[in-house]
Design a protein around this ligand. Structure first.
Ligand code: ADP
Ligand code: ZN
Length: 722
């Protein structure tokens, strides 16, 4: 490498890599994080191996000099390879992937303090409604002006005004305070035989410091967490870092508690809810190796760990590991690739592994480790189907008599119950009885969903909201609007009508939107302050409540409509997971699954417990149709605010589809959400044999085309739903 010249990927530029002159006295290497000039601006970038990235050749004398080398550890080679692989595989710009590694570039300057703001408790002389609102909502919170403004729902200027008025003060926060090291010997459990055997395999793999992908397939409540904690303990003893990926930030709080009980200190958390100062402190500690255990959402995958020793993906089947915006990657798959490049073990833990993961185990690529029984005296719950045709709920209600009777029994015995319905809000659709008008989102092909608790209709795709209408906008009829179908709020109302004294809690992303809210919910459950939980998929994950003994699945048929490739699999996973919340302690659990189709394979598998045949049938169907993991898919989504423009661009792409053996192109056709956030969407689906490098074909195909500026073309490689 020419020492006076550096090839740099700029984080926030649409251009490819650029060459710069390295000024005297500055020493850079691949991975160095630098500040570089571009036009009148200065941008953060990362130095890369010139031989790995092509750019336009520029003579030495025309090069501009780098401005600064940051006082930060350079990104290591395995991470650089991961970034290249991700960009290549998911057909994303390398700068976009790199941004995930650097988290927030503005947070990277050399200073080790950040100025944050917090309320002083002093009341300003002049009080406007906005100021009152700001002070109320800020409470004990601390953060940048921007962060406080966002939290309070006011403009930055209001916060600055309050600073001038003395109601908010500046505080200096140090961002390199060390994190305490978790202690592997703090409070280890006594493992059961099967758990010990599983743990031993992981411990050995951590010791070996080699790539080893594991599928930890253990029924709900079998102690998967305890078992992979042993692998973390080993990694800690070796002084190496561990990354634990969780599907949902709402889950980090219970995880932190459990982790702390086992290891004496909290791990370092990484998720979108962090303040900038927390983010900066965590980033540094990760890069220096001081953050020994990091637990995070999928974005934690691209951080610059100094000496990673182990990766765990918990609830690995979860769909939220698939990122659907920006770089469309699957965190589970990237985690395996990172482990491979870093040469460390990776554990995918799940009670209901994805067919893809099971297949990898089947062909011997992943090592399968099984925990077939629940820990201790806990037994698997008894699952029964409630035939809604034989045993229907009364008119206008959704809980069948059998389920109501079981709820009553649980209330009498002082045990907790959970009703699962994967639908937020009160009703999924609002209809005018007089003229048939339906409330639709103006920006999306979707109904406006009534949320009665906050008194509005909301679009679940773009966030558009409107006040609940009193009369029909089409026929002007009053009191003619009726909610159609149930959401969790409506089920909660039904429960209240039947059991007025039962203490209820609704658990959805509307009520549990932060780790603190999740902690509050867990606390109330553990204290026995809740009798009946009504929740969406958010409650199906990871929770452990020993006194929860009854689960009712309100509508098991919901996930099966739509004809999506993964509908049956996802439905099975969801119901098995929510069923897995029942009877985790000493008392046995019962699960009632309400359905119109008790004979459907998914329901039969759940009731009989014969999950193997179900998985086998699903796998065979996929194999027969050469669908993933036996074949490959990619979706090309073309969108524009102008419907015609989107259609034309889609037709152009369809017309120019290359004729390649082992590949077929379907469409264009309107995408499943034909309009989303005001953009019209067309889609082409590429189906190819596994042996084909479908990315290469798409890259060449789309690379030769141009489209109008308002058109966006996004490729989703290995799409989850389509
Ligand atoms: P999973 O992740 O497989 O659903 P968990 O790890 O949450 O299972 O274990 C279920 C419950 O059993 C937890 O409360 C856990 O602490 C407890 N448990 C599991 N194994 C042990 C053990 N060996 N010793 C003590 N408690 C255990
Ligand atoms: Zn919308």
């Amino acid at each position: 490498m020419n020492r006076n010249r550096a090839r740099v990927i700029l984080l926030n530029a649409a251009l490819g890599p650029l060459d710069y002159r390295v000024p005297h006295g500055m020493e850079v290497e691949p991975g160095s994080i630098v500040l570089a000039p571009l036009g009148p601006r200065q941008l953060t970038g990362v130095v890369w191996e010139p031989e790995r990235l092509e750019t336009e050749e520029v003579g030495d004398n025309r090069l501009r000099p780098l401005v600064q080398l940051y006082d930060l550890p350079p990104l290591a080679a395995p991470l650089r390879r991961l970034i290249e692989w991700t960009a290549d595989y998911y057909l994303a710009p390398i700068a976009a992937v790199l941004r995930m590694s650097l988290a927030s570039a503005s947070a990277l300057d050399g200073s080790r303090t950040v100025i944050e703001y917090r309320a002083t408790g002093r009341v300003p002389d002049r009080l406007t409604p906005q100021r009152v609102q700001a002070l109320e909502r800020i409470g004990e919170r601390q953060g940048l002006v921007r962060e406080l403004a966002l939290a309070a729902g006011v403009s930055d200027a209001v916060i600055r005004g309050l600073v001038k008025a003395g109601a908010i003060e500046a505080v200096e926060v140090t961002v390199d305070d060390p994190f305490p090291f978790p202690d592997p010997d703090h409070d280890p459990p006594r493992l059961e035989a099967a758990q010990s055997a599983a743990a031993a395999q992981f411990v050995e793999a951590v010791e070996a410091e080699e790539f080893a992908p594991f599928l930890l397939d253990g029924v709900t409540g079998s102690g998967k967490t305890e078992v992979y904690f042993e692998a973390i303990a080993k990694s800690l003893r070796k002084g190496r870092q561990t990354l634990v990926l969780l599907p949902e930030i709402a889950l980090t709080e219970p995880f932190l508690k459990r982790f702390t009980a086992r290891f004496g200190h909290e791990p370092v958390a990484w998720h979108s809810g962090l303040r900038q100062s927390q983010r900066r402190r965590a980033w540094r500690a990760i890069a220096t190796g001081d953050a020994r255990v990091v637990v995070g959402a999928r974005s934690a995958l691209f951080l610059p760990y100094r000496n990673l020793g182990l990766i765990v993906v918990d609830e690995a089947h979860e769909t939220s590991f698939k990122q659907e915006e920006g770089v469309q990657y699957h965190a589970r798959d990237v985690a395996v690739m990172r482990a491979k490049l870093e040469r460390v073990p990776v554990i995918l833990a799940s009670a209901t592994p994805a067919i893809e993961s099971r297949q990898m185990a089947e062909i011997g690529v992943y090592r399968e480790v099984r925990l077939p029984d629940r820990y201790g005296v806990a037994e698997m719950p008894d699952i029964r189907a409630v035939d809604l045709i034989q045993d229907p709920p009364p008119r206008g209600r959704w809980l069948a008599p059998l389920l109501v009777a079981e709820l009553e029994r649980n209330l009498e015995r002082g045990e907790q119950s959970l009703l699962f319905l994967n639908r937020r809000g009160y009703a999924p659709l609002t209809l005018c009885r007089a003229c048939g008008h339906r409330f639709q989102c103006p920006n999306c092909t979707a109904w406006m969903v009534e949320h009665r608790l906050v008194r509005r209709l909301a679009c679940h795709h773009c966030g558009h909201v409107m006040p609940p209408p009193r009369l029909c906008p089409e026929c002007q009829e009053e009191d003619s609007l009726v909610p159609v179908g149930p959401g969790v709020e409506r089920i909660a109302d039904e429960v209240a009508a039947i059991f007025p004294d039962a203490r209820r809690a609704i658990v959805t992303s509307d009520t549990i939107w932060s780790p603190a809210k999740a902690a509050e919910f867990v606390g109330r459950m553990e204290a026995g302050e809740i009798d009946i939980v009504i929740g969406t998929q958010l409650v199906t994950k990871g929770y452990h409540f020993p006194n929860l003994t009854l689960v009712g699945v309100v509508d098991a048929d919901l996930g099966l409509s739509g004809g999506d490739l993964r509908a049956a699999e996802r439905s099975f996973q969801q119901i098995a997971q929510v069923a897995g919340r029942a009877g985790r302690g000493e008392k046995p659990g019962r699960v009632l699954v309400q359905t119109h189709e008790p004979a459907a394979p998914v329901i039969r598998a759940l009731v009989s417990g014969d999950t193997e045949s179900f998985y086998q049938a699903e796998t065979d169907a996929r194999r027969g149709a050469a669908m993933p993991p036996f074949g490959r898919l990619a979706a090309i989504v073309i969108s524009s605010e102008d419907a015609r423009e989107a259609e034309e661009a889609a037709r152009l792409i369809g017309r120019t589809a290359p004729k390649v053996e082992n590949m077929a192109v379907f469409g264009p056709a309107p995408a499943p959400l034909a309009m989303l956030r005001g953009r019209h969407r067309q889609r082409l689906l590429v189906h190819a044999a596994r042996s084909l490098d479908v990315q290469d074909v798409i890259r060449e195909w789309l690379g030769a085309l141009t489209w109008p500026r308002g058109v966006r073309v996004a490729v989703d490689v290995d799409p989850y739903s389509f």
